[in-house]
Design a protein around this ligand. Structure first.
Ligand code: SF4
Length: 212
C-alpha cells in the first residue's frame, strides 16, 4: 500500500473537487435507489432525463409498488435494459412496502436483498444516503484507480474495493468514490485520457510510465 500516493491523491482532489457528489437527481432515498438501478450500464445524464417525469408520477415506494409494468416502462423505455430494470424497480418497491414498511432499508445487507440491487448499487446508496464507509467500484473507479496506481493488480471490482478501502481514510471513502468516478467520466476517460488537463501527472503511474 503506497500511503504517500493515497495522501497525494487525497490532497489533490480535496482542493480540485471539494464538493464531489453524485450527479444523479433524486428527491428522497427511494428515488436514489431507483436512479442508481437505472444508471447501470447507462449514463447519469440519460437517467436524469427520464427520472423527473417518472418521479413525478411515482414519487415513492408506495406508488411504484402499485404500478403496472406497462405504465412504468413508458417512462423508462429510453434507458438501457428497460425491461429488466423496470421489473426490478417495481419489485423492489413492493418489497420495501411489504417488508420494510415503505422505508428504504439502511444497511448494505438489507439493500442487497432487493431485486436488481447488487453489491455496487447497495454500496452507492448506503454511501450517498447514510455515509457508509465503503468504496463502490464501477468501471470508472476501477480504471482510474489502476492507472494512478492506487490499486495493484486488482483482477476484479471486489479486489479493487478492498485495496481502496484500505488505502483511503475511512471518513473520506464516500467523497473518494465520487472523485474517481467524476475524474474518470470527464478527464481520465477510457480511451484517450486527457492527461494534459490532469493535475495528477506528477504522481500517476500510467502517465509516468508512458514518459519513459
Ligand atoms: S495523468 Fe492521465 S492517466 Fe493519469 S490520472 Fe490523469 S488523466 Fe488519468
Amino acid at each position: 500500500m503506497n500511503h504517500n500516493l493515497y495522501a497525494a491523491v487525497t490532497e489533490y482532489f480535496t482542493k480540485a473537487m471539494p464538493d464531489a457528489k453524485t450527479e444523479l437527481k433524486y428527491g428522497n432515498p427511494f428515488q436514489l435507489l431507483v436512479a442508481v438501478r437505472l444508471s447501470a450500464q447507462c449514463t447519469d445524464k440519460r437517467v436524469n432525463m427520464v427520472t423527473p417525469a417518472l418521479f413525478e408520477r411515482f414519487p415513492d415506494a408506495e406508488s411504484l409498488a402499485k404500478a403496472d409494468f406497462d405504465e412504468v416502462i413508458k417512462y423508462t423505455k429510453s434507458i438501457s435494459y428497460p425491461n429488466s430494470k423496470t421489473r426490478d424497480i417495481i419489485a423492489a418497491a413492493q418489497i420495501i412496502v411489504e417488508k420494510f414498511g415503505g422505508t428504504l432499508p439502511t444497511t448494505v445487507e438489507e439493500l442487497e436483498t432487493l431485486p436488481g440491487v447488487g453489491r455496487k448499487t447497495a454500496n452507492v446508496v448506503a454511501s450517498v444516503l447514510y455515509g457508509a464507509e465503503v468504496m463502490p467500484v464501477d468501471t470508472h473507479v476501477f480504471r482510474v484507480a489502476a492507472r494512478i496506481g492506487l490499486t495493484k493488480n486488482a483482477k476484479n471490482p471486489l479486489q479493487a474495493e478492498k485495496q481502496l478501502e484500505e488505502g483511503f481514510d475511512n471518513n473520506i471513502l464516500g467523497r473518494a468514490h465520487h472523485w474517481l468516478i467524476l475524474h474518470g467520466r470527464y478527464v481520465c476517460t477510457a480511451r484517450n485520457p486527457k492527461c494534459k488537463e490532469c493535475g495528477l501527472t506528477e504522481i500517476c503511474h500510467y502517465y509516468l510510465n508512458a514518459q519513459q
